[in-house]
Design a protein around this ligand. Structure first.
Ligand SMILES: Cc1cc2nc3c(=O)[nH]c(=O)nc-3n(C[C@H](O)[C@H](O)[C@H](O)COP(=O)(O)O)c2cc1C
Length: 338
């Protein structure tokens, strides 16, 4: 058990925010696998301020506790207004997180996301303003810095700490590196021990051993599962179980993956309706059989599904052909299609 402000977190596994992926249905699906803490995908401060319908949909969710809202924006005033709006719309929001790591040009151009790290004082001002206005914990998600020449996370962390941040998540890549290459765990070694608030560590968590090593080397309280959890929800169970008991659970087989894939598919269909769900599911379902020998052709077919019926038929065929095969996730990093 660890704490973010007054919020008790029972477990190490944190489900990473991923826009376009971590919808309420996805978060609800992942939770029973051992997720202790979730975030909404990033939500625009201006979308909140203008009360836009699509923004509201990101903020509303059911009883998946604790879940925080992640906001992106560039000014303390607007982020405060957005947080107040979000908490009014959804009193279940357990904490407010500020995105200071998004590398997307469209976002950075507006002064939001990772570009904030160019102004450490402003990062602190944002957190300070939020702490003065909302009753829930306030956290931030950062990278190493903007570029290899401007690695300034220590500076940003100390501004965030003195502004009263309740936890900080670090993704040890620069904005320049986007999501590619290996995260620089060497640069954040032991950082959790030096920080006055809990650390959540994020970056290439694809296997149980990645999580063990990330927590050991950084001394983080929480370990974030992001891309590695897509199509591999059992990774959360493996990490959760290991940190509770030391037990290493074996990887699931294809049959288990098919059952979980169907569960997620039905949840997404209920959330979005069939047509939109099919488009969305094409980016989840092939991952369920990644790491399965000679599954490329089936994976290609899974990217073309257009109805629940065709999806379930294909999944049943995969199950009957290779249901007992155990998934091997070692190659996922190399195969990552994001
Ligand atoms: C498609 C995609 C969308 C993402 N969206 C967000 C987001 O909305 N907010 C955020 O803080 N991070 C976002 N991230 C970053 C992840 O939360 C995570 O920090 C990053 O992917 C590193 O972890 P990984 O290498 O284990 O995937 C996104 C990542 C991907 C791949």
């Amino acid at each position: 058990m660890w704490k973010i402000g007054g919020l008790e977190i029972d477990g190490r596994v944190v489900l990473g925010p991923m826009s376009g992926y971590t919808t309420p249905a996805y978060r609800d699906f992942m939770k029973p696998f051992g997720v202790a803490l979730s975030y909404t995908e990033m939500v625009s401060d201006m979308g909140c301020i203008f009360g836009m319908k699509t923004t509201r949909e990101f903020i509303e969710f059911g009883d998946n506790h604790p879940t925080g809202v992640q906001l992106f924006g560039s000014s303390p005033e607007n982020l405060v207004k957005a947080a107040e709006y979000a908490l009014k719309v959804n009193p279940r929001i357990a904490f407010v997180d500020i995105n200071m790591g998004c590398p997307v040009h469209k976002v950075n151009r507006t002064g939001a996301g990772c570009v904030l790290m160019k102004e450490p004082k402003k990062c602190g001002d944002i957190v300070r303003a939020l702490k003065a206005s909302v009753d829930v914990p306030v956290t931030a998600k950062i990278r190493l810095g903007w570029s290899s020449g401007t690695v300034n996370f220590r500076n940003v962390i100390s501004e965030l700490e003195s502004a009263g941040a309740d936890a900080i998540c670090i993704h040890p890549r620069t904005r320049e590196e986007q999501y590619g290459g290996k995260p620089h765990y060497d640069l954040v070694e032991g950082i959790g021990k030096e920080m006055s608030v809990p650390l959540i560590i994020s970056g290439n968590i694809y296997l149980l051993d990645d999580a063990i090593e990330a927590v050991r080397s950084t001394r983080a309280e929480g370990v974030m599962v992001a891309r590695g959890g897509i199509g591999n929800p059992f990774l959360c169970t493996q990490i959760d179980r290991y940190f509770r008991t030391g037990e290493r659970l074996p990887n699931p087989n294809v049959h288990q993956q098919v059952v979980w894939c169907k569960q997620l598919s039905d949840a997404v269909i209920e959330e979005l309706g069939t047509d939109a769900a099919m488009r969305r599911l094409r980016s989840y379902v092939p991952h369920f059989i990644a790491g399965c020998y000679r599954s490329r052709e089936s994976r290609n077919r899974l990217t073309q599904i257009d109805s629940r019926e065709s999806l379930f038929e294909l999944l049943d065929e995969i199950d009957s052909r290779m249901g007992s095969r155990v998934i091997n996730n070692d190659g996922r990093r190399e195969e990552s299609e994001f």
